[in-house]
Design a protein around this ligand. Structure first.
Ligand SMILES: [Zn+2]
Length: 229
């Protein structure tokens, strides 16, 4: 027998079972209907949320297998989100750059695609569109921030040979910000390293921006300034 559903994730944002109507559940699994050939048959609006007991019945599985599969799918979603945040943090600021700069940034990171007819601007636009769609997907919870306006600032201390020594979120409070900057410069002096400030959607993406080329970082700084002018 074909299983009529596939598990898209597990979430505590939806707590009512669409199958039996039970409310106040700790979590539900997101189920996408499948067609007769086992292909996903719908979009985010077609996803239903079942408690693990009802999902187990619907799938003919144990509740343990439902929960395990739900968490595995959710981890994959979280990884896709993390990748999307890195793509946006790197490329969204370069989107408003001249084509020549976009090409330098893109081929700098994707050297094998140089001279293959792959157009940097199109490729970058495509990557950004996919990343934005990933973060806008509401299958297992509200949309995640993905705009340049959502970037936060991070202070990065680099070692002498250019490796990341530490990453810290820059605080809102001005006094704390000055204290943090002073401490970072002291630390950098101790290890003969250097200090960078970058803007990104999260700390992981901030590392990626810190490791990127000067041009990417210059557009990153410009984007932050434009968003906070
Ligand atoms: Zn139920």
């Amino acid at each position: 027998m074909n299983i009529p559903w596939t598990i898209k994730g597990i979430t505590d944002d939806f707590t009512t079972c669409h199958c039996c109507g039970r409310r106040g559940l700790k979590r539900t699994v997101a189920l996408m209907p499948l067609d007769a050939d086992g292909n996903e048959d719908g979009t985010a609006e077609d996803v239903v949320y079942y408690g693990t007991a009802c999902a187990a019945t619907a799938l003919g599985w144990t509740q343990g297998k439902v929960t395990e599969t739900g968490h595995a799918s959710q981890r994959e979603r979280d990884e896709r989100d993390a990748y999307a945040r890195r793509i946006i943090s790197l490329y969204a600021p370069v989107e408003s750059a001249p084509v020549r700069d976009q090409a330098r940034v893109f081929y700098g990171r994707n050297r094998r695609q140089r001279n293959t007819g792959v157009k940097a601007t199109e490729e970058m636009a495509q990557l950004l569109a996919e990343a934005r769609a990933t973060l806008a997907d509401t299958t297992t919870g509200p949309a995640r921030p993905g705009r340049i306006e959502d970037f936060r600032r991070y202070l990065v201390v680099l070692t002498q040979d250019g490796h990341i020594h530490l990453v810290r979120r820059v605080p809102q409070d001005e006094t704390k910000r000055h204290e943090q900057a002073a401490a970072a410069h002291r630390r950098a002096d101790e290890i003969s390293g250097s200090v960078l400030t970058v803007a990104a959607l999260d700390a992981e993406s901030a590392r990626e921006v810190a490791y990127s080329d000067d041009l990417t970082r210059a557009w990153n700084a410009k984007a932050w300034q434009a968003a906070h002018a």
